[in-house]
Design a protein around this ligand. Sequence first.
Ligand code: KG4
Ligand code: ZN
Length: 339
Amino acid sequence: MIVLGIETSCDETAAALVEDGRRILSNVIASQIELHRLTGGVVPEVAAREHVIKLPHVIKRALKGAQKNVSDIDAIAVTRGPGLLSSLLIGANSAIALAAALRLPLIPVNHIVGHMYANWLTKRPPPQFPIVVLTASGGHSELIFWKGHGEYRFLGSTLDDAAGEAFDKVARLLKLPYPGGPSIERAAIGGNPMKYPLPRAWVTGWDFSFSGLKTAVLRLVQKTGKKASTKQFQRDCAASFQEAVCEVLATKLVNAAVQFHAQEVHVAGGVSANARLRAWTKNLMDKAGLRTLRYSNDLKLCTDNAAMIASAGYFAYKGNPAKYKKTKIFECDPNLPIS
Ligand code: KG4
Ligand code: ZN
């Protein structure tokens, strides 16, 4: 079964063709990063206009890249939320129109669930449930107990800034370029993670909080004054900040995996590209006797893409084909919960 995935929830215009939920035939992403670099973040109106311009070409390129015609598509999956409403609407309306014209099943997908399926897009044997997964991106930091396809138990999320958002904001404080995650990771390479003892917010339960850490970096930058613009300060501060975020994320993730007797531990979303987060997680898993850690080695699958949406759509369809038989119009939800 070939599913066309469409993703426009934030600042990537993406389309992909995926076969049977696991084999990527094409995965096209038109990034708006250069555009949003000018403003140091995403301006929703600008992002939506860019989706309108780019989406038709991106879909055509996805078909061409897979060497398929529209007649080869068996279903269309599209992000319904969470995300920026004006951006979501472009992908959703395009998908609704395409599915109606081609008389294909239309599968609305939760963006966070989409990220979770990025780890299914490999040639490795399929993941084994139950899984505890951390999805950490620019808009979200969620900890989820994943019992089976369509069976999620939400454990916790951030009470304020998302992990990726914290990376982006701290990068701005350190005058490092947007997006902040990769800039901080690069700067941290030459830095000392122990140099500045930044706070770890051990919020009770499975929730996270990063705003206090961000404020602590702001105070440190202010206190350092002129020296804050030196390369060495940037490196040490980036490394110390990265260490604080990764320690908390990895500790809660592995503790949840132990408590819920998970077979596997997964990390997904833009922040899962971070090598220090992966190392922290692996190290804690080794101590806890947990073996299987999955993340994607393909950076295109860590950040927003449509292959993950197609994969999530495929498994949702397989679980209940009748539900998706007729094209149904649905409403996008910028705050769509995982259910
Ligand atoms: O999943 P994603 O592409 O978009 C959202 O749904 O938000 O994630 C983008 C976020 C950005 O905040 C970016 O700074 C962060 O992921 N990110 C990283 C890294 N690469 C991207 N954070 C930490 N380390 C990285 N290497
Ligand atoms: Zn995302």
